[in-house]
Design a protein around this ligand. Sequence first.
Ligand code: GLN
Ligand code: ZN
Length: 769
Amino acid sequence: MATTTHILGYPRIGEQRELKFGLEKYWRGEIDQVQLQALGSDLRTQNWALQKEAGLEFVTAGDFAWYDHVLTTSLLLGHVPARHRHSGHSVQEQSALELDTLFNVARGQSQQQCGCQGHAASDMTKWFNTNYHYIVPEFGANDQFQVSWPQLFEEINQALQQGHQVKPVLLGPVSYLYLGKEIEEGFDRLSLLPRVLAAYQDILAKLAAQGVTWVQIDEPILALELESPWLESFALAYQTLQSEVKLLLTTYFDSVSHVLSKIVTLPVDGLHVDLASAPEQLNEVVNLLPEDWVLSVGVINGRNVWRANLSEWIERLEPVKQQLGERLWIASSCSLLHSPVNLDAETKLTPEVQSWFAFAKQKVAEVVLLGKALDNDPAAILACDTYSQPIIARQSALHVNKPHVQDRVEQITPALSQRSEPYQARAHHQHEVLNLPLLPTTTIGSFPQTAEIRALRSAFRQGRLAKADYVAAIKEQIADAVQRQEALGLDVLVHGEPERNDMVEYFAEHLSGFQTTEFGWVQSYGSRCVKPAIVVADIEREQPITVEWSTYAQSLTQKQMKGMLTGPVTILCWTFPREDISRKAITQQLALALRDEVHDLQAAGIHIIQIDEPAIREGLPLKRRDHQAYLDWAVEAFRIAASSAKSETQIHTHMCYSEFNEIIESVAAMDADVITIETSRSNMELLKAFEEFHYPNEIGPGVYDIHSPNIPAQGWIEELIRTAATKIPVERLWVNPDCGLKTRNWAEVEASLTNMVLAAKALRQEFAQ
Ligand code: GLN
Ligand code: ZN
């Protein structure tokens, strides 16, 4: 019998982002639900046909989601926040769950929609260490779970009717509970497990009745370092879930060798492990695998864009195949949800670069081809060889591995990540040069990205606007932003970033070593997609990137103009990395490139430079035991970038989230002269972290939430600053919003900043007394 091949899930958005556009039309009322349902059905039909035609043993169902698969699970379990359960005006009546219920949980309900005071959406958070976001399930002590939403079963029927052998995917019960949060005090959501399990039993019985043989049950939390009650609960869970269907217990994103001895005691029928992220676990898993289990090896990386080296995998897996025979399955490492859809859609890649990549559709073909090769099909073995050639050739290509870039990384010494003097001494010089008042005011970098600015950039991109005209028009925008900031009375100005569509994409486009794509979209949340650039070669800065804009802006004002860069770790986290060198090595190359930019900005007369690192926390590895090693190189990379600054050049950094406690020491170790952070949404709660740990340098705790259109009152801002001043010496406090202002309009920005400047001025007097 042929080796069993499958994938853990296929992108749901469609090759041309059809689902995104369909959803947005539906939300705007331009199409009705029947039309939207038809679109979803078409997308599933196409995805299954593609999997079948490629030759996968199973097509996967249950991976489609109207918004997010965790939210789909909530609906499947009939587990919806009470505030979203009623329909229309009758608050008491519990209506049946339907598609709009799902959208209400995800997006919230306005006053208008529900005829009441409105209902907040559920929270959204990052799916493990990917850039996908899921809707966080909310748990209360009295929650009930009952299979309520027929979508999954309808999809199975649809696939069966189309003649497919179908393998449904379910988010496992323990992960479902773990990924949610309690909304009541003093109760533990794990106590809901028996009730959740009863619903899962029902689901499995229904699937069995439909004729399903295998179910992929995802328990990705097994890759984490679980607290023991959670880990122990797997035994109860899987003893309860005995049914006629076979269960493939599915893990991904990291190794499970630390819990393998527990896993192998569970009464399931197979295990999937992610060998793309943790290849080292293979031998141990094979050795401990129960005799009657299948082992699904995830070798085709579902979360990157690179063509697999299939020849290497054949070699690695051949002995395993000998040992396990038909019990060895070949798969993608995780759902292909995290990879762009179809490489064939690209029209602008060179043939060489094209031959390095594989998107979801191509990854399906890789899984199939590898399966055939392991069955000793000579044509497939040969095809694997040919297929792997470009990726092997790339390893020694000099335009990929640039000796001068690598030499420079090799020569990094500890001195390169040291400013010339400690903060105290630097602060002294900066004080003399910068001439700033107490409680200096500034903003985080971007100003409103108006329709006019976006039109300019797109005209330039499409070649409708000549370079010189584009530059002149952007300069006009900068001049406008400078003028407005002077009128507002801000102390440290910014140029406003009108030339940037996105803080990472902009640098990726201006550094060599990156490739951008036309259609490489990946779902981020709901209908939102991102198109990350790809690191394809050693990174270098061929010429200054931001200097012209910043010096132009500085020439317009006597005030200090802050240069604006995106930090090395953030660029790494928000792009597709190379797989042939480490994340650390990529980040070091970025750090050196940015270091040169810092140097050039400084030489051109810029005295304050901000290096944004909003992604530093999300780059943390899944396991706590790996955190410090990551933080060490991440901090070092930032310091390498910053340390070409002389003592009198002030380095700022910016981070926008509020869970700092865990990484606060590393944040301090970055040794930026000033850090601006998000605090306003949590009413300065974050400052607690800074209370317990004495942050040694200057801080600008965000004094208002830029995500809200509300205009903060002067008095309210003053209160926040007074609170901050009880924790941090006022001499080291800055006054600023909590993030960039690109999503706001000028009316909101000017009104808010007016109050912010007034608050700072009032407090200067108060503190001077
Ligand atoms: N400088 C960037 C801006 O203002 C920072 C964005 C961010 O923190 N994500 O837009
Ligand atoms: Zn921010």
